[in-house]
Write a new protein. Structure first.
Length: 287
């Protein structure tokens, strides 16, 4: 996947109190230009993949290459305390990316970890043609499907189960294995997946039974495009030849974890709708 040769990070001083830990030879001007392009994208709205309170993600072009820039925003004292105790999220993303690369797990290529004016950035290569799994399920595999799409979906679910099992077999634990954190691309009958949100990769945490169940509950609760039969196919593919994972308590534990997560998500959505309705009433009263 990579032209990038990961090395032990070198720390260099850059203009404007900017520091970068980089896995390849990037000049000060190149790193600065990529960060400037990121903020230009946020202002124009072009190339923005996410823009939320705690982080923003853009795809930007520099020269002939495309990069993905994730900006980590500090939201008050709790985030600052966490960054002091556990390192910054950008630093954890860098460490997680290096760990995945060494283990041979497909994920965006890490380019640089940058700190400028109190903000932290994590830069990776942009994967062209890939789509987050949650959007793929909603846009392509929801509603009526013809025979060709049914076949493609079944192959995708099966290969996803095999891929995720291979990651667990490496002892890798990801704290948020939801469908939004997996990119998917199709090449004829083969599906290729890439793991995102690399600050949630925790190399020091052992993959316990509880964490395995939690991960499978996270990926199984996709709100669109996944049927009960799809979930069973996924678990069978994940289990492989291990009959213990398709019988007894394990499938029931995964289903329970999935339902609890879905219930929590519904509760959050309900509270959000109530807040929006309350704000709307206040605005109408002001008018």
């Amino acid at each position: 996947m990579s032209r990038l040769q990961i090395q032990v990070p070198d720390t260099v001083n850059l203009p404007g109190k900017l520091r970068a830990e980089s896995g390849e030879e990037l000049s000060k001007q190149e790193v600065t230009a990529i960060i400037i392009a990121h903020h230009a994208a946020l202002r124009s709205g072009q190339g923005v993949l996410k823009d939320r309170q705690r982080n923003a993600v853009t795809s930007v072009r520099h020269g002939n290459d495309w990069f993905c820039v994730k900006e980590y925003r500090t939201c008050g004292l709790p985030d600052r305390i966490k960054d002091c105790l556990r390192r910054t999220r950008a630093r954890r993303a860098w460490n997680g990316a290096i760990h995945l690369h060494k283990q041979g797990v497909s994920s965006p290529e890490p380019v640089s970890q940058v700190k400028k004016d109190g903000k932290n950035y994590f830069i990776t290569r942009f994967i062209s043609g890939a789509i987050p799994l949650n959007l793929l399920l909603r846009k392509r595999f929801s509603g009526y499907l013809d025979r060709t799409e049914i076949t493609a979906k079944r192959m995708m679910v099966k290969q996803l189960g095999h891929w995720l099992r291979s990651i667990h077999d490496l002892g890798i634990y990801h704290d948020d294995w939801s469908s939004k954190n997996i990119l998917a691309t199709q090449h004829n009958e083969r599906w290729i997946f890439h793991l995102l949100d690399m600050e949630s990769v925790l190399p020091r945490k052992r993959l316990t039974y509880r964490r395995r169940v939690k991960n499978l509950g996270q990926i199984s609760d996709a709100p669109f495009g996944i049927t009960r039969t799809d979930r069973m196919r996924f678990l069978i593919a994940y289990a492989g030849d291990d009959a213990a994972l398709t019988r007894g308590d394990f499938p029931a534990a995964v289903i329970t974890a999935e339902r609890l997560r879905a219930k929590k998500r519904t509760k959050v959505w309900t509270k959000s709708l109530m807040r929006k309705a309350k704000l709307k009433r206040k605005m109408e009263n002001v008018k």
